[in-house]
Design a protein around this ligand. Structure first.
Ligand code: HEC
Length: 221
């Protein structure tokens, strides 16, 4: 055999072997991994015992010690306390009329530019306050960049949004209405015009906010 064809044959065989190895890469890797230990009953045991981080271990130890001594501190206990029944504003007790109006607005598609999207489109109250999608679908069917967290109990959180960029639910509520990718309204003034044009809102607003003046009220001024 001449040298050139021999070289080509060797190269071809090497290429084939390489491709076969590449194709079976995952299988080969798993074949060399240590096998999980299995008890006689067939229950798999992890080879490496899982070690909790030092911080977690210390917290667990502190809680175990204070429980044993019967002196769980009020600070620790407050973390486990039930949530308050009502999320009142500091300077404004919540009334039934406010809750009713809030419910109407939450389901109001006319708060969106295309009049087809309400808060409940992405935070379905019947689905634990989420749309259960990898990312929410916004204005004119375009996906937004994040998924919708639940709105259940959101008022008790220390901040809103995944990055905490909004301090309160009152501040937060303006964002999706005006966000171009979400409900897409142009300005807050437009939102007011729309709400004022709907006769069905006159009474609920008057009952919820008897001394209502646009933007003089503590919520969303
Ligand atoms: C197009 C879908 C969509 C609509 C419509 C929408 N949201 Fe959201 N909402 C989201 C997404 C996505 C996030 C998370 C965004 C982020 O973290 O940047 C979010 C975040 C929130 C949060 C923060 C929750 C938390 O745990 O941080 C609240 C509260 C909320 N929305 C309430 C509302 C209200 C009230 C309305 C109606 C005025 C509304 N949303 C309309 C998709 C939507």
């Amino acid at each position: 055999m001449k040298r050139k064809p021999l070289l080509y044959t060797i190269l071809f065989i090497e290429l084939m072997v390489g491709l076969v190895l590449l194709y079976n890469f995952n299988y080969l890797v798993s074949a060399f991994k240590p096998k999980p230990l299995v008890t006689p009953e067939g229950v798999a045991l992890s080879v490496e015992p899982t070690r909790p981080s030092i911080a977690v271990a210390q917290t667990q130890q502190a809680i175990t010690q204070s429980l044993a001594a019967g002196d769980l501190s009020p600070a620790v206990l407050s973390v486990f306390a039930p949530l308050p029944a009502v999320a009142n504003l500091p300077d404004q007790p919540l009334t039934d009329a406010m809750v009713n109006l809030g419910r109407m607005l939450f389901y109001e598609p006319r708060l969106s530019a295309t009049q087809d999207m309400s808060c409940n489109t992405c935070h379905l109250l019947a689905q634990y306050g989420t749309d259960q999608l990898p990312v929410s679908i916004g204005h004119v069917g375009r996906p937004v960049t994040r998924n919708s967290p639940t709105v259940y109990n959101a008022a008790f959180q220390i901040a809103q949004f995944w990055d905490g960029r909004s301090p309160t639910v009152e501040e937060q509520a303006k964002v999706p209405i005006l966000a171009s990718g979400e409900m897409g309204m142009e300005t807050l003034e437009n939102v007011e015009v729309v709400l004022r044009s709907i006769p069905g809102y006159a009474q609920p607003f008057a009952e919820a906010f008897p001394v209502f003046e646009w933007r003089s009220y503590p919520v969303n001024r």
